[in-house]
Design a protein around this ligand. Sequence first.
Ligand code: UT7
Length: 325
Amino acid sequence: MSIIRSIIRSTGGYLPENILTNAALAEMVDTSDEWIMQRSGIKERCIAADDETTGDMAVAAGRMAMERGCVEAQDIDGVIIATTTPDKTFPSVAVKVQDELGLPVGLAFDVQAVCAGFLYALSVADSFIQTGKARRILVVGAEKMSSILDWEDRSTCVLFGDGAGAVILERGEGDGGISDRGVLSTYLYANGGQADLLYTDGGTSTSGDSGHIKMQGREVFKYAVQYMSDVVMEALDANNLVSSDIDWLVPHQANSRIIEATAKKLKLPMEQVIMTVERHGNTSAASIPLALHEAVFDGRIKQNDLLLLEGMGGGLTWGAALIRF
Ligand code: UT7
């Protein structure tokens, strides 16, 4: 029996030109390349220009995904943007992307689940396709994290970067088994009781501005390792898979030590893990689609490879997606 599957047709990515190295950061705050590398695995990150917005980056990544997939604007039914750093309180980044890419009238909205945002957006898009509400959706993770950093707080400002990653998800068919191409299953979680571990100290209806990132790093680290390990095992168990079935782990890029711990739990060699954290830092909702795009672009990820995407962020929110590319 044939069933509907949401297949990734193409990917796109965008990184700002300006690169901020650890050495340059060490001239701004009391830190060092050695500390940042040792604790997080980050060497440099890209920082958007003052007049470059999350929407601009999302448009660039979306345009690339359309070009690479040979998809015309009129053939896209909807756009979902995962972001925590929108251009404006409203309207959404999604309507700007819809307009600038010349997409037809259709569904367009933003999803806010911080670093797990892309997984949430992908899962929503998959559901729309499964239920026949749309045939082809542009899903983008885009962030200007530099705009919500306290550049005097060395415990956070060294960790984040800016960028955008995109996929075009389209309706396909499968027989319902794990050899189908497309999104095979997604897992989404949040625990609002842990909101004070990672948050901004402001917002539209409180301070009236976006505020700055505050994080209890050590606590977040502990939960990240636990939740990531649990959710990847859940994804495997639910599909009667073992770790050796996975071709590529595409994790959220917050910290190389968290990624290594997840790979270890999966008994997956690091050669099968997509790592961009060294050059991108933590780009929040953009990090998973950017990592995916890089590995598709350079030919590592190929059609029919089995991918496990996972990530965790403020909320705390976390999730995973099992996808046959
Ligand atoms: O994407 C959302 C999810 N976010 C994450 O997953 C992040 C999770 N957390 C982490 O990645 C790590 O906890 C950090 C990279 C943020 C920090 O690493 P850590 O090994 O947990 O360090 P720590 O916070 O325990 O701090 C150790 C020391 C402290 O000094 P004392 O108190 O031991 O004297 C900090 O003040 O390092 C100090 N420190 C720094 N030193 C140099 C904090 N930030 C810096 C810095 N440079 N940038």
